[in-house]
Design a protein around this ligand. Structure first.
Ligand SMILES: NC(=O)C1=CN([C@@H]2O[C@H](COP(=O)(O)OP(=O)(O)OC[C@H]3O[C@@H](n4cnc5c(N)ncnc54)[C@H](O)[C@@H]3O)[C@@H](O)[C@H]2O)C=CC1
Ligand SMILES: CC(=O)C(=O)O
Length: 309
């Protein structure tokens, strides 16, 4: 499978590296307005390929995206310390107006995978600009937040994050919703499992996990300027689901009706395969969680509606 990546900064290059290490692509093309950066990242990542598989990695132009099955959009700007994701909207929407046109010209059959923030709104903008069916424009949404949630729950419970089945829903951002009521350790509700092993999930512990998920990006950006490994791995996981037509369930964002809000991009668990997103699962939620998910979706819809296209 051929993958294009527009935006060869930290996120784009981490995604390329993770795709190489997973062996999900035969070819990766990096495109960036900063051609020297794309060339340097492509060469550096290509040097990892002999340790992994047979992926060819190059820098290129938009024309070189021809035939790509997935194009990752990780271009634009990231948050500075203390800045919210939503504050990036004006700058990144302007970047996407040009980039999406170029990508569609070169690679009209590709699935578009949006990473740039605010990722849900950028995904809905990309859907509108591209004219593609909603399931073929996927934003990474809360795939990263869900990983953070599973990692923190796994650490508390002393089990592998892969054995934690729990989702973060709604915005990839401050209004996101940690779904506690449906969270399971194996097949056991996390609260019951925690009580059984003598490590109760009390209100204080739940608040610490909530903060650890919701504030993770702010803390990491404060310490090292940006985040990239987690999202790089998450993007490669999405690419693998498409490449292998897995029909796997991941919390990604695409335009659909969510919790009574019409045509909004935000995350719920969705089924993902070679054709993109095909189904959304209706999660089991408490009344408070359902209200918070509706509020998150309403905020995202309002934010998108105010963007001039
Ligand atoms: N979805 C998620 O979970 C995450 C999203 N992000 C977001 O990903 C985006 C990228 O972050 P980083 O890679 O850290 O930023 P970065 O600044 O390292 O890379 C951005 C790249 O985009 C390029 N670029 C800018 N305008 C362009 C244009 N018109 N055409 C082509 N390339 C262009 C820049 O030259 C730069 O190389 C940000 O919006 C950030 O907030 C970051 C982490 C997680
Ligand atoms: C930057 C960002 O969106 C994250 O790490 O969650």
């Amino acid at each position: 499978m051929k993958i294009g990546i527009v935006g060869a900064g930290m996120v784009g290059s981490a995604a390329a590296f993770a795709c190489v290490m997973r062996g999900v692509a035969s070819r990766i093309v990096l495109v960036d307005i900063n051609r020297a950066r794309a060339l340097a990242e492509a060469e550096d990542i290509a040097h990892a390929a002999p340790f992994a598989g047979a992926t060819r990695v190059d820098a290129g132009s938009y024309d070189d995206l021809k035939g790509a099955q997935v194009v990752i959009l990780s271009c634009g700007v990231g948050q500075k310390p203390g800045e919210t994701r939503l504050e990036l909207l004006g700058l990144n929407a302007a970047v996407f107006r040009d980039v999406v046109t170029e990508v569609m010209r070169a690679s009209p059959d590709a699935i578009l995978l949006v990473a740039s923030n605010p990722v849900d709104v950028m995904g809905q903008i990309t859907t509108a600009l591209s004219g593609l069916p909603p399931g073929r424009v996927i934003a990474s949404g809360t795939i990263l937040d869900t990983a953070r949630y599973r990692w923190l729950l796994g650490r508390h419970l002393g089990i592998a994050p892969q054995s934690v089945h729990a989702y973060v829903l709604g915005e990839h951002g401050d209004s996101e919703v940690l779904a506690w009521s449906s969270a399971r350790a194996g097949s056991v509700p996390v609260g019951d499992f925690a009580a059984q092993i003598g490590k109760p999930l009390d209100a204080g512990q739940m608040a610490r996990i909530d903060k650890g998920v919701r504030r993770a990006a702010y803390t990491i950006i404060e310490g090292k300027g940006a985040t990239w490994y987690g999202i790089g791995a998450g993007l490669a996981r999405i690419v693998a689901a498409i490449a292998r037509d897995e029909q796997t369930v991941l919390t990604v964002s695409c335009v659909s009706d969510v919790q009574g809000v019409r045509e909004v991009a935000c995350s719920v668990p969705r089924v993902l395969g070679a054709g993109g997103v095909t189904e959304a699962l209706v999660p089991e939620l408490s009344t408070d969680e359902a209200d918070a998910l509706r509020a998150s979706a309403e905020m995202l819809k309002e934010t998108f509606s105010a963007v001039p296209l």
